[in-house]
Ligand binder design. Structure first.
Ligand code: F6R
Length: 247
């Protein structure tokens, strides 16, 4: 299903409420909530609202376990552009999550230990019973996570090469495309698919053409987000601008 909001603030508050409700429900069952998280500009207001819910409405992250979608490779965790820094600044530093419950792909691994790390990442998710909810943005290449065009529907966590357009879109954060890493570690399309609920968010007219392809286009590895059409558990949450090309 596709839900369109008048603006990204209203949409972000609604997504944060879904996450908060899930955390409280699992808490009442005495179980942890296992969340798949995204970085980038899209979820920033969702995280801001979760921080507000923590500070003002007592939402606790003590029983929350998180797995981030991706990290650049190579990348030092304390670099300003790292997804570790992003998550700390936008969410983790402001809530009561246990740092041991936070998982983000490790951008510091030696090349020959990446494959084992990726298998372990999958195993950790599986041993917790899978992701309860996965939050996604979408890149202009049609990527989800960093699953660029050519990704297989059953792909798992792995080292990937970033598309040129993705590196161009990231160039501002790095002071030029030449400084953007060429690779990343990402959960696979298959990893994302196994989540019990998936929410893909997109805001602004810049995303409208790719949102149209993702929601209405032919299902193909050329636009990995189209694989989501095959899932019964996915919801596209858009603002009016991102939805403006939908028929
Ligand atoms: C981020 C991620 C990416 C972004 C996508 C959109 O963890 O996996 O797929 O969601 O590149 O980025 P923004 O939100 O910056 O437009």
């Amino acid at each position: 299903p596709v839900t369109v909001y008048s603006d990204q603030n209203a949409a972000s508050v609604a997504v944060a409420k879904r996450i908060a409700d899930l955390i409280r429900k699992k808490d009442a069952e005495g179980k942890p909530a296992v969340l798949g998280l995204a970085t980038g500009v899209t979820p920033i207001k969702v995280y801001a609202e979760l921080v507000r819910l923590h500070k003002q409405e007592g939402l606790s992250f003590k029983n929350v376990i998180t797995f981030n979608l991706d990290e650049y490779y190579p990348m030092k965790p304390d670099a300003v552009q790292s997804y570790v820094t992003f998550m700390n600044e936008n969410l983790f530093d402001h809530v009561d999550i246990k740092k041991a419950n936070v998982h983000i792909p490790d951008g510091t691994l030696a090349p020959d230990s990446v494959a084992a790390f990726c298998l372990e990442y999958e195993k950790q998710i599986e041993e917790l019973g899978g992701l309860d909810l996965q939050i996604l943005g979408i890149g202009r290449t049609g990527h989800i996570g960093f699953n660029e065009p050519g990704s297989a529907p059953n792909s798992g966590t792995r080292l990937v090469t970033l598309d040129d357009l993705t590196r161009r879109d990231a160039s501002r954060d790095f002071g030029g495309k030449q400084n953007v890493p060429t690779k990343a570690i990402t959960m696979g399309v298959g990893t994302i698919f196994k989540a019990r609920e998936i929410i893909l968010m997109a805001w602004s007219a810049k995303k409208a053409p790719i949102v149209r392809k993702a929601v209405e286009g032919e299902i193909s590895g050329e636009v990995p987000a189209t694989f989501l059409q095959l899932s019964d558990s996915v919801e596209f949450i858009l603002d009016v601008d991102a939805a403006s090309d939908l028929t």
